[in-house]
Write a protein that binds this ligand. Structure first.
Ligand SMILES: [Mn+2]
Length: 303
């Protein structure tokens, strides 16, 4: 059996938020991939991280690894780490593919500036940097994401300033309520806006309902179920090309129930398997082929 080879990039970034344990997500996901016989080559970000005075070195290193792997035209799976890692990952994708579209599956807007942020945490700011609303004065950071190339899916906890910004820039965003009301229309509109494009998919564990993925730093009630995201990806891969994927904010240390961590990790892995399906020879893609962790009926329930 041929199994798709992909690049697995470990980005144990934790400086963007305040919980311990966020840096342990990548190794947890890697072990799950090994146990499920995925075929991948691992690349690790090694730059030192300074908690006291956030250094952008780790994002810079990540950007070059991602750029190199995207240019190889092989599927890329970046595992976090907190969502600030997208400052580096998306910058790397933009260098290789300047017109790439970004699908942001998240409960949060992640588009605060240093001034508008209520917490000061950088994991709430990556899109502000990427769009150029927040300044990052570093030579390696040269590409910007156009607002029309960004869509949110599942966002439901926007700060006031973020909401104003999304409206001002006319950035497409669908809340979990929008999705629950009319998933078919939402999928149609996303596929239409992103048709015939290359897509970077950024999935935050907190996009999903805390019942499914509690092992994350900033859970928000009323979240997505797995099938809603799966149906979107099934449709997207028919009309566009998902070239890179990241799953972030898995924190194995916040919950003592190992099963909860496995479940949150598995959602990220299963979404990536949908991405791999776009390749004809793929043998992945069926959620049912996975026997562990214990498959919860919740994952198949349409809320
Ligand atoms: Mn996020």
């Amino acid at each position: 059996m041929i199994k798709n080879l992909f690049s697995f990039i470990e980005a144990p970034v934790y400086q963007g938020q305040k919980h311990f344990g966020a840096s342990l997500g990548p190794s947890f996901i890697r072990q799950c991939l090994i146990d499920q016989n995925y075929n991948f080559k691992t690349h690790s970000v090694v730059a030192s991280q300074c908690k006291v005075s956030p250094s952008f070195e780790i994002y810079e290193e990540l950007s070059y690894i991602v750029e190199r792997e995207v240019r190889r035209k092989q599927p890329v799976f970046i595992a976090g780490g907190d969502h600030s890692l997208s400052i580096g990952s998306v910058q790397g994708v933009l260098r290789a593919e300047p017109d790439v579209k970004v699908l942001w599956i998240d409960a949060h807007g992640d588009i605060n500036t240093k001034i508008s942020s209520l917490t000061g945490s950088i994991h709430g700011m990556p899109l502000a940097y990427l769009i150029g609303e927040e300044i990052l004065n570093e030579e390696w950071f040269s590409e910007y994401l156009k607002p029309e190339n960004l869509i949110y899916f599942g966002v439901r906890d926007l700060d006031k300033a973020e909401k104003l910004f999304l409206d001002k820039k006319k950035i497409t965003h669908y809340s979990s309520d929008d999705i629950r009301k009319d998933l078919t229309r939402v999928i149609y509109e996303i596929c239409d806006q992103f048709k015939n494009s290359k897509i970077h998919l950024s999935a935050d564990a907190d996009a999903f309902d805390p019942l499914l993925a509690p092992a994350t730093g900033v859970p928000v009630a009323n979240g997505l179920c797995y099938q809603q995201a799966r149906q979107l990806l099934n449709a997207l891969v028919k009309s566009s090309d998902i070239i890179s994927y990241e799953y972030v904010e898995l924190n194995p240390q916040l919950f003592t129930a190992t099963q909860d961590v496995f479940r949150a990790a598995q959602i990220g892995i299963d979404l990536f398997s949908e991405v791999l399906r776009q390749q004809k020879e793929s043998v992945y893609g069926s959620y049912d082929r996975f026997s562990y962790p214990a498959k919860s009926d919740l994952l198949h329930q349409n809320f």
